[in-house]
Design a protein around this ligand. Structure first.
Ligand SMILES: [Cu+2]
Length: 349
């Protein structure tokens, strides 16, 4: 390519970038001071047809600059615990957090989203994970055009309905055939991100999310309602766990009536399982288990959470008490543990 052609191509790319920024992230804002030069964008970077007839749209957020990690804090020495089996690393990790709440282009409008697959990557597509000293602490996806089911106060309620989430384990998931989370004709999708840099140098990463979806008019499709269950609901979602074995419990009196179609949990290192029971009927609705030590890039940290999926995982009535119980077996006490489940309920109104 001649020099003039190259310059023209660069100008075109720059214009495209500006247009994307204008449409996608005008409201982007970091809750921590962004490092110099931080740029946030939301772009659709790919669309393909899946064998099941769904469209898979990949939305990319970023680049997100991760501030260098500077302070390792006091040393931690944690001997092997007397409890067994223990999960996760032997010491807490040290890193510098970068938080961001930003608008995200919806993957589709007037559609049902029936699966998501999140990832954290570099500009060249390589995965960012513990082995590259970057971590996807959390990504929570909101639809501000609708109200959250379990939280009606605080910043969470202002951000709208929590529809999907992921931790570093990036398990993602799909809903059973015929069910999806509805996005309207004007969805207001946001992503709340918390990322962590374990490196002493700045890093630049992107969050990619593959959304699979079908149009509203698809025959046989019905809506599921995402129900967010959280030990520290409407707040920062954090709670303390002691070293060793512990149980954490949270109850919610249901305001929805319907059939559970899917559910998945989120725990931090040391977490073993989180179980949802309808204590009114006595039925166990879902047990979501953590996995460790099978994928090298996770370096011993939590790497997946099992999902529950089915046409009838159990019924829930208004007034039923849902009981969520997590088990941690951790090498160290942690004030920033989490116990969360998202349950997808097909409502009978
Ligand atoms: Cu978490």
């Amino acid at each position: 390519m001649g020099r003039k052609a190259l310059l023209l191509a660069m100008a075109a790319v720059t214009a495209m970038g500006a247009a994307t920024a204008a449409s996608g992230s005008a409201a982007a804002q970091d809750t921590t001071a962004p490092p110099p030069g931080a740029v946030s964008q939301s772009q659709v970077i790919g669309t393909r047809q899946a064998p099941d007839g769904s469209t898979v749209t990949t939305v990319r957020l970023g680049p997100i600059k991760l501030a260098p990690h500077t302070d390792d804090g006091p040393g931690h020495g944690h001997p092997e615990g007397e409890f067994s089996p223990m999960h996760g690393p032997h010491e807490p990790m040290h890193g510098t957090h970068t938080r961001s709440l930003q608008m995200m282009l919806p993957p589709c409008v007037a559609c049902f989203v029936n699966g998501i697959k999140p990832d954290l990557v570099y500009a060249d597509g390589r995965q960012a994970n513990y082995d590259t000293k970057a971590m996807l602490h959390h990504a929570v996806f909101f639809d501000r055009s609708r109200a959250d089911v379990t939280c009606s106060g605080g910043w969470v309620a202002l951000a709208g309905r929590r529809i999907f989430a992921s931790g570093n384990e990036r398990t993602g998931g799909t809903l059973p055939d015929g069910y999806g989370v509805a996005l309207g004709v004007l969805p207001l999708t946001y992503a709340a991100l918390e990322l962590m840099n374990l490196d002493h140098h700045e890093q630049e990463v992107f969050l990619t999310v593959e959304f699979s979806h079908v149009p509203w008019f698809t025959p046989g499709m019905r809506e599921v309602t995402p129900v967010w269950l959280d030990k520290d609901n409407c707040r920062l979602s954090e709670h303390s766990v002691p070293e060793g074995e512990s149980h954490t419990n949270w109850k919610w009196t249901s305001t929805v009536k319907g059939t559970l179609k899917g559910a998945g949990g989120h725990l931090h290192d040391g977490g073993e399982s989180v179980t949802l029971t309808n204590s009114t009927t006595g039925k166990v609705l879902c047990e979501s288990r953590a996995a460790y030590n099978t994928i090298p890039s996770f370096m011993g940290h939590i790497e997946s959470m099992s999902r529950c999926l089915g046409q009838d995982l159990g019924t829930i009535d208004k007034g039923d008490v849902l009981d969520m119980d997590s088990v941690y077996h951790t090498h160290y006490a942690d004030d920033h543990a989490m116990t969360i489940m998202i349950a997808y309920v097909h409502e009978q109104r």
